[in-house]
Structure formats: C-alpha cells, structure tokens
Design a binder for this molecule. Structure first.
Ligand code: 8Y7
Length: 309
C-alpha cells in the first residue's frame, strides 16, 4: 500500500498494559467526571453526594456505543477556581467506577489524576493509561507511573486550578509550553518510561487566555515535530465560549469544529514530515466528534485513493 497524505507512515500502536490502542487514526477519549463540581458536567453522575455507579455505567455504555476509544475517569475537578480534593476522596470517587467498568465492559480506561496513591490503586484495578494535568510533578507520581508500566499523558498547566485563570502570562507561550513538556518528558525517560509511551498535551485553558490557546492551536506543527503522540482537549472549554460568546451548553459545534481542525492540521504535518506518532482527542460529545472525524477521514481516504490511481 502506498502511504498517502492522510495515512500515517508507520501506523502506531500504544501499548496500554493488557490492551493496545491503534493511533494510526485520531482516537477519541470520552470524559467521565465523577466529581460533584466539574465545569460542564459536574454532579451529573452524583446522587446523594455520592458517585452514582448505575448512572456512571450507563454513561460509559453510551459513550462506548458512540465510538469512544478510551474512557477517562477523573475524580478531581480542575476547572478554574476548583478546590483541591483529598487523596481519600479521590480514591473513593474513582476506584469503584473503574472496578465497575472493568467488571462490565472491555473498555480501555484512563485515569485522570495527579496523585501517586491514585495512580497505584488505579493501575492495580487495571486501568490502561495515566492522564496527569500536572505532568507527574507531584510527590511520588512519577515513581508510581513507572511502577504501573502504563503510558502517561503529560499536560502543561501554568499555576494551579485555583488561581490559574487569574492572570496567565507568558513571553512566548508556545516555546514555554514546549520547553516544559520536553523537560517533563526527559524526567520520564530518565525514570525509565519509554518514549513511545509518553503523550504530550499543551493543556488548553490551563493558565491560558484565548490568545494563548489560539497561539497553541496555530503552532500544532511544533508539537507534532516533537515526534510524541499528542492528547488534545478543547471540548466545551471557555476558549470555545469566548469565540462564540456562548454558554457551556452551547459549545458543541464549536468544540467539534476545533477538534476536527486540530485533527486536520496534525495529520497534514505528519504527512509532510513522515512522522508516525498518534493523536487522541479528549471530548464530552463522543457521537458528534466521531461523526465529524468519520466524514473527514472517509473523504480524505477517497481523495487519496483517486490520487493513487
Ligand atoms: C484536560 C485534561 C481536563 C486536557 C488532558 C476539562 C483532565 C477540564 N482537561 N486532561 N483534563 N487535557 N490531558 O475541560 O485538556 O475537561 S479537565
């Protein structure tokens, strides 16, 4: 087969413990917040101040049916201004949901956490990927991730959730975010995590103004050129709201459009450079994102086919 513009040169596979994730095409990570206070879906999976397992399982079931490749379970809200949770609270929120999903579905699960104990317990319960908005900087987190032998996503955040949106400032946002991610990647390599197991994420909205976020979207080529697989999340975020002047419930089309645009620019850069790494899009609206990606991919595949005739 001739590799054309929109197929990656060497289809890549992420080894996720007992499962593998095909990253030759953009993968969709579905957001499942088991928090009472997340910004767009907080409390939806809560009843009587506790995680509602039945509701959570129904949400996961639909997301899988809609084509989610990964289920991302988070027990700490990182929305701007959110208060920290204790390790015990996080464990109590996350573990029962992970265990229930494992018992019922054959899903690829990621855990959204920065806490060493949660990484270790979640890995013990059989999760497949670690998604850390603090890039494994917390005490013991890197060691716990190494011991778990799972892929890790390192995300950039300026400051902490409580204060990050008060006055984000950079001299050169793209270079600073890239430098940080390279430095955290190096720490992971030194600790013994393989390069192919490290995903990088610019962290849209985490200590960033609209201008900063748009500068990062415009510079995706430079993130692709790191050779690492990328995880990108803009779903329902404030940046979409700012572009549309819309509330969190009216950001669906904007979020899907931005996701598709990022998928397109990453794919194009990869085709130009022959880079084989993958991309994961982290979203709330699985069905709509999968539909958009499918239409795009099918069209690009057709174009490639006729160009190869
Ligand atoms: C991201 C994330 C959130 C993101 C990665 C939200 C946990 C806020 N955003 N993880 N988490 N990347 N890797 O809007 O952009 O969902 S929480």
């Amino acid at each position: 087969m001739v590799a054309g513009l929109f197929t990656f040169m060497n289809a890549m596979t992420l080894i996720c413990g007992t499962k593998t994730l095909d990253l030759s095409r953009p993968a969709v990570m579905a957001i499942v917040n088991v928090t009472p206070d997340s910004f767009s879906d907080g409390g939806q999976l809560y009843s009587d101040e506790k995680v509602d397992l039945d509701k959570s399982l129904r949400a996961v079931e639909s997301m899988l049916a809609e084509g989610a490749d990964i289920i991302d379970i988070g027990g700490e809200s990182t929305r701007p201004g959110a208060s920290p949770v204790t390790t015990q609270q996080e464990l109590d929120r996350v573990l029962p949901v992970v265990e229930a999903i494992k018992a019922r579905f054959d899903a690829l699960i990621s855990v959204d956490t920065s806490t060493a104990e949660v990484i270790t317990a979640a890995a013990g319960a059989g999760v497949h990927l670690i998604n850390d908005v603090r890039a494994l900087q917390r005490e013991g987190a890197l060691e716990a991730a190494v011991a778990a032998s799972l892929p890790v996503c390192l995300m950039h955040m300026q400051n902490q959730p409580k204060s990050m949106q008060s006055n984000p400032a950079y001299t050169d946002v793209v270079t600073e975010v890239l430098d940080f991610l390279q430095q955290r990647k190096q720490a992971c390599l030194t600790a013994g995590i393989a390069s192919e197991q490290i995903l990088l994420d610019p962290g849209f909205g985490f200590g960033k103004t609209l201008q900063h976020n748009l500068a990062l979207v415009a510079a995706l080529d430079r993130f692709v050129d790191t050779g690492q697989s990328l995880l990108l999340g803009v779903s329902r975020k404030t940046m979409i709201g700012q572009l549309l002047d819309s509330n969190v419930d009216d950001r669906l089309i904007g979020s899907v459009t931005m996701a598709l645009l990022m998928a397109q620019s990453v794919a194009e850069r990869r085709a130009q450079t022959g880079c084989s790494s993958g991309m994961i899009l982290r979203v709330h609206d699985v069905r709509q994102t999968v539909e958009a990606l499918t239409v795009w991919q099918r069209t690009m595949d057709f174009k490639e086919e006729i160009n190869n005739l």
